[in-house]
Write a protein that binds this ligand. Structure first.
Ligand code: TRP
Length: 326
């Protein structure tokens, strides 16, 4: 039987951080052999909140280098830019007829962005963000969509659009499901609930070992643990969450000695720094190979775009046939 397909993507906004790794990339890597995977650089989606395109190319390379460094296999897994496959725009147009304005206005991810970015007047394309995302997913008939928690509402809209199309014109599309990782949200260094570039509270995948140490040194911990021997509350501490993900073997011991006051934050952070650096060492090494040969990264994209384009063309000919267009 043919393998089921995965489609996922990210907007190219620069270097990725551990929140991206833990929230999504980890699943991409784990699942790339079990499923036929496609990964897209959502370069048109960037325009919904930033019309300046000067950085898109460079940000694309940085992001794809992170994908490759963490272990996405370019031999088996096409990686491609949305803007280079014209069928995304065409399917987006068709899908925009299958969803109401009211439905898109209810999208909680849009509401969060409007609030966080202080947007006064929402542009038409921003409202349509999930419609373009639906086209991304369904063009490849993605059945599973490994993403972070904040993207689940978009996958729900994708399911609704697929259902509407299939009912109206005949069966073409699967109804995709989100796949969440266990740690679908990693807290930020500021103690906030989410690691995010705009909040400036991240540890990058490409961070140097020294910068990992510096950033962790300044990270917010349990506010009630002021002196070294004060008893701590690991359940409210960001560093403890990092231990859970990057240092699981030592978690019981750390939990105990933090609560008793034996373990101070400085030492606890040093342990955590060591573990994160141990995790990042091979990733940094792999990334440096691509950093020294960026042409290779472009070739990987061009190759992925050839493969993606074949699938996209097939799907669109089915769509045309069902819609009796052409
Ligand atoms: N909206 C996603 C994000 O911000 C990026 C994205 C675009 C995506 N198209 C997609 C994710 C298709 C999954 C599937 O991260």
């Amino acid at each position: 039987m043919a393998k089921k397909r995965i489609l996922s993507g990210m907007r190219p906004t620069g270097k990725l951080h551990l929140g991206h790794y833990v929230g999504a990339l980890e699943n991409w890597i784990k699942l790339q052999n079990e499923y036929e995977s496609f990964h897209l650089v959502a370069d048109y989606h960037v325009l919904t909140t930033n019309l300046n395109t000067d950085e898109i190319y460079n940000n694309t390379l940085e992001m794809v280098m992170d994908w490759l460094a963490v272990g996405i296999n370019p031999e088996t897994t096409p990686m491609f830019r949305q803007s280079q496959i014209k069928e995304h725009a065409e399917l987006f147009l068709i899908f925009s007829m299958l969803v109401t304005k009211a439905r898109l206005e209810r999208n909680p991810t849009l509401k969060d962005q409007i609030r966080d970015l202080n947007i006064e007047n929402v542009i038409y394309g921003h409202l349509g963000y999930p419609v373009l995302q639906s086209a991304d997913i369904l063009l490849y008939k993605g059945e599973k969509v490994p993403v972070g928690e904040d993207q689940v509402p978009h996958v729900e809209i994708t399911r609704e659009i697929a259902r509407k199309f299939n009912n109206q014109y005949g069966l073409v599309f699967p109804e995709p499901e989100p796949l969440l990782t266990k740690f679908s949200r990693l807290p930020g260094l500021d103690g906030g609930s989410k690691m995010s570039k705009s909040l400036n509270n991240t540890i990058l995948i490409s961070e140097t070992p020294e910068d990992v140490q510096k950033k962790l040194r300044k990270a917010v911990t349990d506010p009630q643990k002021i002196r070294r021997n004060d008893p701590g509350h690991p359940e409210v501490c960001t560093i403890f969450t990092y231990h859970k993900r990057f240092n699981p073997e030592e978690v019981p011991e750390i939990e105990k000695s933090c609560r008793s006051g034996e373990l101070g934050c400085v030492d606890c952070k040093l342990k955590c720094t060591a573990k994160i650096n141990e995790f990042l060492d091979p990733i940094r090494e792999k990334r440096s190979v691509y950093e020294n040969d960026k042409n290779k990264v472009l070739e990987i994209l061009l190759d992925g775009e050839r493969k993606a384009s074949e699938v996209a063309k097939e799907t669109m000919s089915e769509v045309h046939e069902k819609m009796k267009l052409g």
